[in-house]
Design a protein around this ligand. Structure first.
Ligand code: GDP
Ligand code: IMO
Ligand code: MG
Length: 431
């Protein structure tokens, strides 16, 4: 029995969903602990593509329990939509299979409206949020003006909280942003209906996890976004509004740090970023275009083209520190096939200074120029390979360079989007 946390080591979209789906085979419970439907996790199982924004990526496995922790911000319409789509696909989503924390905060229509209005007003300095209301919902949580899942089960209490909150939100929307105000009656009717749908699924995730852990079950924690989008440790202000690092698995699910045994970081074989913010190893020429097109690098949530760049081991190395990674998984190695020369950023030069980790100040990072190590590429198709030994010599060299620079063991190499397209070196659930 062991409990494993999965996090992204870059700026999100590393392939966390695919790896969580793969590892769920050896887990009993899969838990989301932060973020919301800004996440887009894509799984390909037997040729069928499934995208989840809120429901943990373990849901396609029968007999596993998926949980949405208190640290997640939940848009109930999105959650219900995902449950309905699974049911249409023939997968029953029952309260035995899905538990939503009663204490998770609810994304309300004014959160989405404010997210969009703020971004519009910022113009060229906008963050490039997903527009899902994530930031404004976390703001209300921290300022103690939030609505939590359990509030949706108390019609009177909910209505009076909502009316009070709406006074301020409508003032902002109308008077500051020049947007239309929102109607409390309409919102209450809609959200109380969501409450009725979600009530059977609501529970105390922390207690459920304690019970599962006590009875020898294995827990898998599914991070969303990536380490460099972390509200404290990322490239602020071009970040998301939650802590994306592994430590937050404890806060966002209600479990103590001594119950976590392993932390695995997902490393895409190159780097991508959606939205604004510094990106030292970004490739702005046709190689970047090539990676975007071969890798299908378009946002699973917003459809925006992802910015593409070389693998940056300064970024990954900083994630190793921030998450205390026990191992890494390299994904999308197959996408690099056919690129004659590959680059890996091994350090930054900032004026006369050399740096080995991402500087926390935006201005300092913007002034950094990567120092690259160049490696020869490979031409052979690697999608069918299931053993390290059979990889082309230059692919092995690339992975050995990554493992050496990381200083932590390589657990799995993903060579295609499908559940079975992996080379497993050390399974994260092995003792
Ligand atoms: P997540 O947000 O970290 O779960 O990642 P996304 O699902 O947003 O983006 C990863 C994309 O790459 C998805 O479309 C996956 O199906 C796909 N993918 C994952 N691993 C591999 C891989 O090894 N090779 C290829 N070609 N695609 C992969
Ligand atoms: P997954 O889990 C990539 C980015 C947005 C924007 C910034 C803030 O699929 O890896 P937000 O809506 O969170 O306030 O936007 O964060 N972002 C992501 N980028 N993958 C994600 O999730 C992301 N979730 C948010 O593009 O730059
Ligand atoms: Mg994604």
């Amino acid at each position: 029995m062991s409990n494993v946390v999965i996090v992204g080591t870059q700026w999100g979209d590393e392939g966390k969903g695919k790896i969580v789906d793969l590892l769920t085979e050896r887990a009993d419970c899969v838990v989301r602990f932060q973020g919301g439907n800004n996440a887009g996790h894509t799984l390909v199982v037997q040729g069928d593509k499934h995208i989840f924004h809120l429901i943990p990526s373990g849901i396609l496995h029968p007999d596993k329990v998926c949980m949405i922790g208190n640290g997640v911000v939940v848009d109930p319409a999105v959650l219900i939509g995902e449950m309905d789509r699974l049911r249409e696909a023939g997968l029953a989503v029952t309260p035995e299979k899905l538990v939503v924390s009663r204490y998770a905060h609810v994304i309300m229509p004014y959160h989405r409206a404010l997210d969009l209005a703020r971004e519009n007003r910022k113009g060229s300095t906008k963050i490039g949020t997903t527009g899902r209301g994530i930031g404004p919902c976390y703001e209300d949580k921290v300022s103690r003006n939030g609505i939590r899942i359990h509030d949706l089960f108390d019609p009177q209490g909910f209505r009076s909280k909502l009316d009070k909150i709406l006074e301020e939100k409508n003032f902002m929307l109308e008077r500051y942003f020049g947007e239309a105000p929102l109607d409390g009656e309409v919102i209450a009717r809609e959200y109380l209906r969501y409450g009725e749908r979600l009530k059977p699924f609501a529970g105390n995730v922390s207690e459920r996890l304690q019970e599962a852990d006590r009875t020898g079950k294995s827990l898998l924690f599914e991070g969303a976004q990536g380490t460099h989008l972390d509200i404290d440790h990322g490239t602020y202000p071009y970040v998301t509004s939650s802590n994306t690092v592994a430590g937050n698995a404890c806060c966002g699910a209600g479990i103590g740090p001594s119950r976590i045994h392993r932390v695995i970081g997902i490393v895409k074989a190159y780097t991508t970023r959606v939205g604004g913010g510094p990106f030292p190893s970004e490739i702005l020429d046709e190689t970047g275009e090539y990676i975007r097109s071969v890798g299908g690098e378009y946002g699973a949530t917003t459809g925006r083209p992802r910015r593409c760049g070389w693998l940056d081991m300064v970024v990954v190395g900083t994630s190793i520190r921030l998450n205390g990674l026990s191992g890494i998984v390299v994904t999308k190695l197959d996408v690099l096939t056919g690129i004659p020369r590959l680059k890996i950023a091994t350090g930054y030069r900032c004026g006369s200074m050399e740096m080995g980790s991402v500087p926390p100040e935006l201005e300092a990072l913007e002034a950094c120029v990567p120092v690259y190590e160049e490696l020869p590429g490979w031409e052979e198709d690697i999608g069918e390979l299931r053993s390290f030994a059979r990889l082309p010599a230059n692919a092995k060299r690339y992975l050995q360079a990554v493992e050496e620079l990381a200083g932590v063991p390589l657990s799995i190499i993903s060579v295609g989007p499908g559940r079975d397209e992996n080379i497993i070196l050390r399974h994260p659930f092995d003792d």
